[in-house]
Design a protein around this ligand. Structure first.
Ligand code: AMP
Ligand code: MG
Length: 318
């Protein structure tokens, strides 16, 4: 299959492809998504096949209006309305009970559906032009770092999807926060663009997920975000130099100096890490290094999502 590279003035063409059941990667403010018709089981199956994603790892449905949300969610609790008013469009995904119109193929057989309204004008226009929600996991091969530029999508999926809608680098660079509102109590299933601190202003009793809730976010079980080179984290307060390997070439990502073969400087700031981390993990592979050494940052705010992704890239599953 030839993958077309579309520009932001070709949204209608992207929508036509999606209406025909094809896959189109599109920009959001978090990362690029691999879009397909979320109400069509065959489109969902194509997404799993293109990504090589385990079929029990459910997809997030992206909507352009609250009406579209009400078409797919059975119960929308008061708290969901409050959070939508506050954080939508934006990087917060809500897990709600699903309506039967949503095929099992999109939710990995779960009775719940994850929904988000992205804060990117191209994404919103595309979803509205389609008239149905777009199922869209990150547009990378399963296990690879998430794509924050159209070039990353090409790297992973060229020849396997109908088109990529290019709108340049994404603004945030971390995926959405996944919040379960379908269980006993609200719980964060994945840290992301909206911080725990921000959510606590509206959910003072925010607790850790129960085992049952954890089971319902299977995406968090798999090794993720991994470049080819081995990733090592420099813990807070330790010197990067002390973690250099004796053999092989190392790329170093951090805010303090370190004498490595390749050095990519980041500010000691979670937003800078979020924006650039995935792209730098991919760059390290292009630079043909054996090791990637990444300096840890404080876990406050967006730092929680950054460190979660880093631990997964380093193969430290929790
Ligand atoms: P990705 O599409 O790669 O950004 O990953 C989506 C994340 O949302 C994964 O961690 C999924 O496990 C999680 N997710 C999607 N749908 C649901 C759902 N219905 N219940 C719980 N978690 C979900
Ligand atoms: Mg992903």
């Amino acid at each position: 299959m030839h993958t077309r590279l579309l520009h932001t003035d070709e949204i209608d063409e992207a929508a036509e492809l999606l209406k025909r059941g094809e896959l189109v990667a599109f920009p959001t403010e978090t990362v690029y998504g691999l879009g397909g018709n979320g109400l069509d089981a065959r489109s969902a199956e194509k997404i799993y096949a293109a990504k090589g994603r385990p079929s029990d790892n459910p997809l997030i449905l992206h909507v352009a209006s609250t009406e579209m949300l009400e078409d797919i969610a059975e119960e929308v609790p008061e708290l969901a309305h409050t959070l939508m008013t506050e954080f939508w469009p934006g990087g917060l995904t809500l897990v709600l009970k699903k309506k039967s119109i949503v095929p099992d193929a999109s939710t990995g057989g779960l009775t719940t559906v994850a929904v988000r309204m992205p804060a990117h004008p191209v994404a919103l226009e595309l979803i509205a032009a389609c008239g149905f929600p777009l199922a869209a996991p990150s547009a990378n091969k399963s296990g690879r770092p998430s794509p924050t530029r159209a070039e990353h999508v090409i790297e992973d999926l060229d020849g396997e999807i109908a088109a990529i809608l290019n709108a340049g680098p994404t603004r945030i660079g971390m995926e959405s926060t996944v919040l379960d509102l379908s269980g006993e109590h609200p719980a964060i299933l994945r840290f992301g663009a909206v911080t725990e601190e921000e959510l606590r202003n509206f959910i003072p009793n925010l607790q850790s997920p129960t085992d049952e809730q954890r089971k319902r976010a299977p995406g968090t079980r798999y090794r993720h975000y991994s470049p080819n080179a081995k990733v090592t984290i420099v813990p807070l307060g330790e010197l990067p130099e002390n973690h250099l390997e004796k053999e092989g070439r190392t790329a170093y990502i951090g805010y303090e100096p370190c004498d490595a073969a390749e050095k990519y400087h980041l500010e000691n700031d979670a937003r800078d890490y979020a924006k650039q981390l995935f792209a730098l993990l991919r760059k390290a592979d292009h630079d043909k290094v054996d090791h990637i050494l990444v300096q840890a940052i404080d876990e406050a705010g967006l730092g929680a999502a950054v460190m979660d992704r880093l631990r997964r890239a380093a193969g430290q599953l929790n």
